[in-house]
Write a protein that binds this ligand. Structure first.
Ligand code: XMP
Length: 310
């Protein structure tokens, strides 16, 4: 594919569709929504309103870092603080699907619907890619094309149309487009991070304290494995506890699982053989997080496991 021609065509097509209206899009910092934001801004300039919704589920410093990265590219992004709403929606939930539903509904039905109304947007730019569509059709993922799955017809309910300029590309194509749009490598090459964010990395209830624990572990794992070349790596907080010793006292503490996987398209995956020395270093740092006294490395491939725990 000629990606330069693709970019030119999509820019022209977004301009034509939006006319003199206003478009809105939600940026997560992942490669798809980031490439879409740059493409949309190239087409519409200030008539594209980009929002980053801080759900309380993001990694350390992520909302501020993403907004700053885009400011450096000259693209304004509104940071919307929705932490309280997400935490309230997740309170008391332990079932994985209930948690995912709470995140999806809070995002689309509550926050995003309000933002769209307030912005007067006529169009929503959505970063759907071909793999998302294929997986939805095959019944593998139930996350995508979320509005339709919630029974929402955006045109009828909110009065806007959805545009999906990346819908013919796969991840490698999106990365090509991202590079062509002049995005830095750390954006174009970013490892996958799920939409429901750290809610997929906590087994059991998601609350501020447990988020702080998994966030600290995530920072350690992402720093230590940044040069692993792996497809994806993560830290997961289990809903179980184990006995340990801290400062000569018995401690019934938290358990963190580390996962690092090779994969091409996330449909299958195998655990990476990480050198013991590296694993020991990760373990030492993770068990110095308050209340965590065990660190496990997960060897399970997909299948039978999935990549995420939730
Ligand atoms: P699983 O856990 O199904 O994950 O093996 C496969 C890949 O998809 C990512 N993932 C998600 N991405 N929204 C997303 O945008 C989601 O709800 C979601 N759930 C899983 C996961 O990180 C892995 O790369």
């Amino acid at each position: 594919m000629d990606y330069k021609e693709f970019v030119d065509q999509q820019v022209a097509s977004i301009r034509e569709s939006v006319g003199d209206g206003v478009a809105i899009n939600a940026l997560s910092g992942g490669v798809d929504s980031s490439a879409l934001t740059v493409l949309g801004y190239r087409a519409l300039g200030e008539r594209l309103k980009t929002v980053f919704v801080d759900s309380a589920l993001m990694r350390e410093g992520e909302p501020q870092d993403v907004v700053k990265d885009f400011a450096e590219m000259g693209i304004p992004v509104d940071l919307v603080d929705a932490r309280a709403e997400f935490l309230a929606a997740l309170k008391g939930l332990t079932d994985p699907e209930d948690k995912r539903n709470a995140v999806t509904r809070t995002f689309y039905q509550d926050i995003f619907a309000r933002l769209v109304r307030e912005s007067g947007a006529t169009h929503l730019l959505h970063g759907t890619i071909l793999t998302d569509i294929e997986e939805t059709v095959a019944g593998i993922k139930r996350q995508h094309n979320i509005l339709a799955q919630l029974g929402i017809d955006p045109e009828k309910e909110y009065g806007y149309q959805v545009l999906e300029p990346l819908a013919t590309l796969r991840k490698d194509g999106v990365r090509e487009v991202a590079r062509l749009l002049g995005m830095p490598d750390r954006m174009a090459e970013r490892i996958p991070f799920p939409g429901p964010a750290l809610a997929t990395r906590i087994v059991g209830e998601v609350n501020e304290e447990r988020l702080a624990t998994v966030r600290a572990a995530t920072s350690i794992v992402e720093k230590e494995l940044a040069d692993s070349g792996a497809f994806q790596y993560m830290a997961v907080l289990l809903n179980d506890k184990a006995t340990g010793i801290r400062d000569d006292n018995r401690e019934f503490g938290q358990i963190i699982v580390v996962r690092c996987l090779d994969s091409v398209d996330a449909r299958t995956a195998t655990a990476v053989e990480i050198p013991w020395e590296k694993l020991h270093r990760i373990c030492a740092q993770i068990t110095s997080i308050e209340g965590v006294n065990r660190c496990l490395y997960d060897l399970t491939p997909k299948p039978p496991a999935t990549i995420e725990y939730v």
